[in-house]
Write a protein that binds this ligand. Structure first.
Ligand SMILES: NC(=O)c1ccc[n+]([C@@H]2O[C@H](COP(=O)([O-])OP(=O)(O)OC[C@H]3O[C@@H](n4cnc5c(N)ncnc54)[C@H](OP(=O)(O)O)[C@@H]3O)[C@@H](O)[C@H]2O)c1
Length: 312
């Protein structure tokens, strides 16, 4: 697997990472044994970057990932995030950050977090204070690199002025183009981009089902692409993308991931799957190279992304 740099501070990761959210929340019931097998399969196939968060099960996701990676901890980089209250509000108060990051280190069973993100902005805490608290962990040798997630340009600039930011993690896929206006500031400041929900929460795989097929706790119940009036239109887009992918000997999820890799050389997608065979399918996208003409064809098929927003 090729590697990519996130930022200019020295963080190097596999071109495709692994997102561990679904191992505990978001997509209905999961099986820990299968999730651990999926994580280890990713590593066997060359993935060295693994993404989790306090939010994913309030420590349960970090524990599962830490357990899965324990035998290979020194061969991988782990990212985690803080910034939520238990009722899903924002909490990036420095005292909360200190508590959450200490918990994350314990849950991950590690001495060092490779990449620590603020998960979402907190309107009540200036970003300078947030990054100041994150920097304390860098100074103590407990965190190596800093990142922001779901942040806007002003926040990125202010944060980077306090301590170098290595990565921005926002949503980006053929179905959600909303991150593109941020690319100039990332290039100016030398910040890498981690693309979350890179296969549109599973829509860009051909495996999307109408929302009533999912359990009530499945996030996709509330994603606009699955809304009944949008669903068939999005299936039609994926059918066209699938035909195009097949003409290149690839699957549509591979096309979606290769599209991200082709967009910019500082983009690292972090697809999530709890199934080892799907992990293998996704990771193989690193071998698919798309040309400018290919990108133009994809833009023709999905000029505005998916139909319906990310959330209803
Ligand atoms: N920073 C943030 O605010 C934020 C928000 C969302 C996500 N994230 C991160 O980004 C990661 C990925 O995003 P995501 O999980 O939302 O969406 P995603 O990776 O775009 O899609 C995951 C969904 O696609 C399915 N899937 C994966 N590969 C497949 C394949 N080859 N064929 C068919 N189905 C497939 C998975 O199901 P199975 O597991 O059943 O295979 C799961 O339901 C997360 O794990 C998390 O680390 C961050």
């Amino acid at each position: 697997m090729q590697t990519r740099s996130l930022g200019t501070q020295g963080l190097t990761v596999s071109a495709i990472g692994y997102g561990a959210m679904g191992t505990v929340i978001a997509f209905g019931p999961s099986d820990d044994t299968e999730s651990i097998a999926a994580i280890r399969r990713a590593h066997e196939l060359g993935v060295t970057h693994f993404d989790t968060a306090e939010l994913y099960g309030w420590g349960e996701g970090e524990k599962l990932l830490g357990h899965a990676l324990a035998p290979i901890r020194d061969e991988v980089t782990i990212a985690t995030k803080f910034g939520f209250t238990e009722t899903f509000g924002a909490d990036s108060r420095p005292e909360h950050i200190r508590e959450v990051v200490d918990n994350s280190l314990r849950h991950l069973n590690t001495d060092t977090i490779d990449l620590l993100y603020q998960h979402q902005p907190d309107p009540n805490v200036p970003i300078e204070d947030v990054v100041g608290a994150m920097k304390e962990f860098v100074d103590a040798g407990k965190v190596k690199y800093l990142g922001l997630s779901n942040a806007d340009e002003d926040t990125i600039r202010r944060a980077h002025a306090v301590h170098p930011i290595s990565a921005l993690q926002n949503e980006y896929s053929i179905f959600d183009l909303g991150a593109e206006p941020l690319f100039p500031v990332l290039e100016e400041l030398g910040i890498g981009f981690v693309a979350y929900s890179p296969i549109a929460r599973g829509f860009l795989t051909g495996a999307a089902e109408p929302r009533d097929q999912y359990t009530p706790d499945d996030f996709r119940q509330r994603v606009g692409w699955w809304k009944p009036e949008n669903f068939d239109k999005n299936v039609a887009i994926v059918d066209e993308l699938t035909k195009f992918a097949e003409s290149k000997g690839a699957t549509v999820s591979q096309l979606a991931l290769a599209w991200l890799l082709a967009k910019k050389d500082y983009i690292v997608p972090i697809p999530g799957s709890r199934k080892p065979n799907r992990v293998a399918e996704n990771v193989a996208a690193a071998d698919l190279t798309l040309t400018a003409e290919d990108l133009a064809r994809i833009a023709e098929i999905a000029p505005m992304g998916g139909v319906g927003g990310r959330w209803e």
